[in-house]
Design a protein around this ligand. Structure first.
Ligand SMILES: Cc1ncc(COP(=O)(O)O)c(C=O)c1O
Length: 398
């Protein structure tokens, strides 16, 4: 049967994520994966989660297994409000909606806000999950260059002057894929420009808690007085990605509409995982858990950079993250990162993600690639970086 003709214009631009494709190759246990975006599974509080899951099912099973409300389990909303009270004004207008991961929050915003061909600004490069959500609503994506302290604001202003932009998407802390953090000056400027040109900002902050160096920078949402910023958070990187708990902070009719779209989408996020997350936030020492995660990621990040100093050719440079899970590596233009990554996995069994996956145009040739340091042991990190270094030296003749 011919299925192509049944596929909508919305679904057509979606391509399998290169990262997911890479996951298939990575099924081989011998592969050293520097490609993922997961937190370190060693940090999952499995014993605690086993205990509270059993307790919830035993004492509150009828509630945990029933239908729930679309906006989320009220005690979880309360816990998340406490965690975010410094960034929003829940006493006034902001509301919180629990979502099935941050990915769903982003997708709901895309569905509520973007019509065919609407201009949407994204950082270049940016998170593939959001690019795909925006593609699926047929947004016209415009990438703005990332500098070492966030988006290039003059480039952003000329884009905003050039046509009516509806939404600006940013990951201001330890951005995926660059690891870059936006400076306070740029956050203020971004809000000023969004106000001047009347566009919404989607602030995505799943890595914000994972700072292992430098000083925290206020969220854009905390600088916003009128609700122009829609804020997305997640427990994926500090608790577990598999529980699928994210949240959206927004206000007004837009927030009400997003809630209805979620209802259409999945009715609600599973009550059981919401209840587990609530008990984690209430009863676990979350501050100590995050501190430990930051120590682990800080140590692994520094170690990976030391290995890169040792094994990478001199013409190769990289970002220096203050938190999160990623480093972006910049190679000379002669390198085709997509080809390099295939060769690395086939020849040396090392996986990383070439930046075309994070570009507005996935077919674009890029010479940079993303490395993840959270999941592999230091021994594997060294082995992997050494192999990538050998391959790069072969290609560059250094
Ligand atoms: C920037 C960014 N936003 C959102 C997500 C999605 O997170 P979640 O697991 O909460 O859906 C990710 C996951 O990697 C991410 O990197």
């Amino acid at each position: 049967m011919e299925f192509e003709k049944y596929i909508t214009k919305r679904a057509k631009p979606l391509k399998a994520s290169g990262i997911r494709e890479m996951f298939k190759l990575m099924a081989d246990p011998a592969v050293i994966s520097l490609a993922g975006g997961s937190p370190d599974p060693e940090l999952f509080p499995t014993d605690f989660l086993a205990e509270i899951s059993a307790e919830i099912l035993k004492n509150n099973g009828k509630k945990a297994l029933a239908y729930g409300t679309t906006d989320g389990y009220a005690p979880l909303k309360e816990e998340l409000k406490k965690r975010t009270e410094n960034i929003s004004s829940f006493d006034k207008e902001d509301k919180i909606i629990i979502t099935t991961g941050a990915q769903q929050a982003i997708d709901l915003v895309a569905r509520a806000v973007v019509e065919d061909d609407d201009l949407v600004v994204v950082e270049s490069p940016s998170f593939v999950g959001t690019l795909n959500s925006l593609r699926s609503v047929r947004a016209n994506l415009i990438g703005v260059t990332m500098e070492s302290d966030g988006m290039d604001m003059s480039e952003l202003e000329s884009v905003l002057k050039g046509g009516k932009v509806k939404l600006i998407y940013t990951i201001p802390n330890f951005q995926n894929p660059t690891g870059i953090t936006m400076s306070l000056e740029k956050r203020e400027k971004l809000l000023e420009l969004a106000t001047k040109y009347d566009c919404l900002i989607l602030e995505d902050n799943p890595y914000g808690d994972l700072r292992f160096a430098g000083t925290p920078v206020p969220t854009i949402k905390s600088l916003d007085k009128e609700g122009r910023v829609l804020y997305v958070g997640s427990l994926s990187k500090i608790l577990s990605p598999g529980l699928r708990i994210g949240y959206l902070v927004c206000r007004g009719e837009l927030c009400d509409k997003i809630e209805i779209i979620k209802q259409v989408n999945d009715v609600h996020t599973p009550c059981l995982t919401q209840m587990i997350a609530t008990e984690f936030l209430k009863r676990y020492d979350v501050a100590a858990h995050i501190k430990k995660a930051c120590e682990v990621y800080g140590r692994k990040c520094r170690f990976m950079m030391e290995c890169m100093e040792k094994y990478f050719p001199k013409s190769v440079t990289w970002t220096k993250p203050e938190g999160g899970l990623f480093i972006l590596v910049y190679c000379p233009e002669s390198i085709d990162a997509a080809k390099l990554s295939m060769e690395a996995v086939q020849k040396y069994k090392v996986a990383f993600v070439p930046s075309n996956n994070f570009a507005t145009n996935i077919d674009e040739k890029t010479s940079s690639f993303r490395l993840n340091y959270s999941t592999m042991s230091e021994e594997k990190i060294e082995e992997g970086i050494k192999a990538v270094g050998t391959l790069l030296k072969e290609k560059l003749g250094e």
